[in-house]
Design a protein around this ligand. Structure first.
Ligand code: MN
Ligand code: MN
Length: 468
């Protein structure tokens, strides 16, 4: 027997704060402060892409299209329609040997405004919303909401909208029934108690003062006038807008010991931020390092900004063509199929208040390190991209060699439910891929919980992977 010590024989998922050295402790603290600040400035996929672009520029990355040719150590990025980013550091090896990709998504569950959102009812003005992604609708009532997004005018002018975040901004909310009259509501199933069409955001209650008599809905008109004053938009401009209603909370430390973070949108910006930070700290890697940030994961990775789009292949084609002599389609194909990818997405942490959905031996725990998930899916691994034993071994070695804390698990108890990530769509490109992300509590809620150790270990782990 080669492994004689007890600690080498045994392995289990557990809180690993006690195993952390002094340096890591300090780094965790500093990193998590940066992360919280970034989260507060990036509550939508567009805001994340904008902030990421800014950060990449600060770190010496330049637009891919501006580069004539690329060689080892060159740093480039390409933005996909304002909602996704590919950032790369060219490696020393021939790029056709494959890249190291860390892919995360930057969209989060929220409420989108409908195409015709503004209406008046009983002297109130409201926005009608259509929820985006998997939410428990009741969680979005009676909480402070902010409104973020863009309206694009006919001439292409982009108007940025963000209101509800500053202390002197007004807030917005969706009302709920008082308990005194909620007898019928309380008898309903949780999934039916709050219908999607009742997620209407309250905007105002006063009429316009000097408007014409023939204007029937004076409260609605008043809101339109205010929006026109501030943003120079009219009602038809909503048609060409993407406006999202998100929690107005800021990211905060959680607990007396400040060992966790509570924040909106940690699925999956916790991994996206880790991937972004990691790629900016790589100098001249052996293999080309690629940070891939995509949109639309929460609704099936659809659309031209989602992982199912050809955008990633097209961007890689540009990178490869600028890197190799005599570009050919085969060289692009080789680059892609020789690549390996960490699908950087969050997993469900064991929640002691809801133990019934987890199988304790295979549930990642908060502050137990990065969750290494061989597969996700539901009901007999259906829909899972089952990572190979060989890939699991190489990732495990990379993490162990770099003293990255990690744990292995699966997505809940068998037949308790399930879910997926971008992993399957990356695998379809003929890339070896495994899910590697932080465990969260209250995932998809307006205020998700992460562990600070895990948050930092994502960065450390992705960096070690880029440096493989
Ligand atoms: Mn996710
Ligand atoms: Mn999700």
């Amino acid at each position: 027997m080669s492994k004689t010590k007890k600690k080498d024989l045994l392995y289990e998922n557990k809180n690993r704060f006690g195993e952390i050295g002094k340096n890591d402790k300090k780094s965790i603290k500093v990193y998590c402060e940066d992360y919280k600040k970034f989260l507060d400035n990036a509550k939508t996929e567009r805001e994340f892409a904008t902030e990421a672009q800014k950060y990449l520029e600060e770190c010496g990355f330049r637009p891919l299209d501006s580069a004539e040719s690329l060689s080892a150590g060159d740093k480039v990025y390409a933005v996909n329609r304002g909602k996704g980013i590919v950032a790369a550091v060219i490696g020393r090896e021939d790029i056709t040997e494959g890249a190291s990709i860390v892919g995360a998504h930057i969209d989060s569950p929220r409420l989108d405004l409908k195409p015709n959102p503004l209406y008046e009812d009983n002297h109130f003005a409201y926005f009608k919303t259509h929820y985006y992604g998997g939410i428990k609708k009741y969680q979005w009532l009676t909480m402070p909401l902010a409104i973020h997004g863009v309206a694009t005018l006919e001439d292409g002018t982009q108007i940025n909208i963000s209101v509800g975040e500053e202390d002197d901004d007004p807030t917005f909310l969706i009302t709920d029934l008082l308990p005194h009259f909620a007898k019928d509501q309380m008898q309903k199933k949780l999934s039916e108690a709050v219908p999607g069409e009742s997620l209407n955001v309250i905007l105002g209650n006063t009429e316009c003062e000097d408007c014409d008599d023939d204007i029937k809905e004076k409260v609605k008109y008043n809101i339109l006038s205010l929006l026109n004053d501030k943003y120079d938009i009219c009602e038809e401009d909503f048609v060409s807008s993407e406006i999202e209603v998100v929690p107005a909370y800021k990211a905060r430390d959680l607990g007396f010991d400040r060992s966790m973070i509570a924040a909106y949108g940690q699925d999956d910006r916790i991994c996206a931020y880790g991937a972004l930070r990691a790629v900016t700290e790589i100098k001249k890697p052996k293999y080309t390092a690629v940070c891939l940030l995509v949109d639309k994961e929460e609704i099936g990775s659809v659309g031209n900004t989602g992982m199912r789009s050809r955008n990633f292949e097209n961007t890689m084609a540009k990178i490869v063509s600028k890197t190799v002599d005599n570009y050919s389609d085969l060289k692009l194909r080789d680059t892609i199929s020789n690549s390996i990818c960490l699908s950087a997405d969050v997993c469900a942490a064991f929640d002691p208040s809801f133990p019934e959905v987890s199988e304790k031996r295979n549930a990642p725990v908060i502050n137990g390190g990065i969750g290494l998930m061989k597969y996700s899916g539901s009901g007999g691994k259906s829909g899972a991209s089952d990572a190979s034993a060989e890939l699991m071994a190489s990732i495990r070695k990379i993490f162990n060699d770099a003293d990255v804390k990690w744990q292995a698990g699966e997505l809940g108890k068998i037949d308790a439910g399930g879910g997926g990530t971008i992993a399957g769509f990356v695998a379809n490109l003929d890339i070896g891929v495994v899910d590697v992300g932080a465990p969260l509590l209250s995932m998809h809620s307006p205020y998700e919980v992460s562990g600070k150790l895990d948050t930092y270990m994502l960065f450390k782990g992705y960096k070690a992977f880029f440096e493989r």
